[in-house]
Design a protein around this ligand. Sequence first.
Ligand SMILES: [Zn+2]
Length: 99
Amino acid sequence: MSVSNSYSQTKGEKQIFILRNKQQLAKAIDNAKALHPKVRMIEFGEYQVSGSTGNTYTVLCYCAGGEKIVDCNCPSRVPCKHSAAALALHVHVAARRGH
Ligand SMILES: [Zn+2]
C-alpha cells in the first residue's frame, strides 16, 4: 500500500481521486478556477461537470474511511479538471453547511 501518492487509480474506467492533504485540495481547486468548467450540483456530493469537448461527466464526492473521495466517470487520468471543479464546489457547499 502506497502512501506517497495523494490519489490512486482502480481498474478499468472507474477512477477514484483520493485527497490526503490540504495542499492537494488547494491545488485541485486552483486548477478548477483556471479552467472554469461548468459545474452543476445535482445534490450534495453529486455533480455534473461539462468538459471542454462538450461532454458532461458525473462526479461524486464523498468520504470513506476518513478520506475524501472524488470519483469522476470521464476517461481521462485523475485528478482531472472535472474532479477538481466538482471538488471546489463541494468544498464550498460543505463549508457553508459547517462541515
Ligand atoms: Zn473527469
